[in-house]
Design a protein around this ligand. Structure first.
Ligand SMILES: Cc1cc2nc3c(=O)[nH]c(=O)nc-3n(C[C@H](O)[C@H](O)[C@H](O)COP(=O)(O)O)c2cc1C
Length: 170
């Protein structure tokens, strides 16, 4: 698969096979996150890999749109660290998230990105995972071998792109 195929064919996966994800694949995915760009290379992020089924179930019960964390064999919880970069601690971890999604797809794995920051259950995530108060829980990502095929759509380029000035077509 070339890079553009990987980008275009990645879908959010919400059903998973009961198949273990190999440790080498998890490591490759974490390395992809590690090498994301960040403002001034401050890397204001942290990643918690959750495989324990009891913990995954608890996270899935808390997240109204993330019940499938119970089913996915891995959940990666992504944190932002304001002490590492007070301005970009929200933005930079998202670059890492995208690397995680794309690398997982390249490895034949499915993912789904679930927002957590600012949700009523963010503090519950912190308590369950022992996250220090200063960190923000950006999102959680389910990860595993897909048990569904999905389609998606996007706005056309005409709708989202201007040339030279806003609203100007080519
Ligand atoms: C910031 C953000 C938060 C999201 N939160 C959820 C979520 O809580 N639950 C979920 O099932 N999908 C969630 N998604 C996945 C989107 O629904 C999905 O990316 C979108 O519908 C496009 O589908 P695709 O990823 O298959 O192309 C989230 C995606 C983003 C970027």
């Amino acid at each position: 698969m070339d890079l553009v195929d990987i980008i275009k064919n990645r879908r959010s996966i919400r059903q998973y096979l009961p198949r273990k994800v190999e440790r080498e694949k998890i490591d490759t995915i974490l390395e992809a996150a590690q090498w994301a760009p960040s403002a001034s290379n401050k890397q204001p992020w942290h990643f918690i890999v959750v495989q324990d089924p009891v913990t995954r179930t608890r996270l899935g019960q808390l997240h109204p749109h993330g019940r499938f964390m119970k089913q996915s064999p891995v959940v990666i919880v992504v944190l932002g660290n304001p002490e590492a970069h007070p301005k970009y601690y929200l933005c930079d971890p998202h670059q890492a998230v995208q690397n995680i999604l794309l690398t997982s797809h390249w490895l034949g794995l499915g993912t789904c990105w679930m927002g957590v920051r600012g949700a009523s259950f963010e503090d519950d995530f912190k308590e369950i995972l022992g996250i220090p108060e200063s960190y923000t829980v950006i999102c959680s990502i389910s990860l595993g071998y897909p048990d569904q095929k999905r389609r998606s759509t996007r706005l056309s380029l005409k709708e989202i792109v201007s040339w030279e000035q806003f609203g100007k077509t080519e």
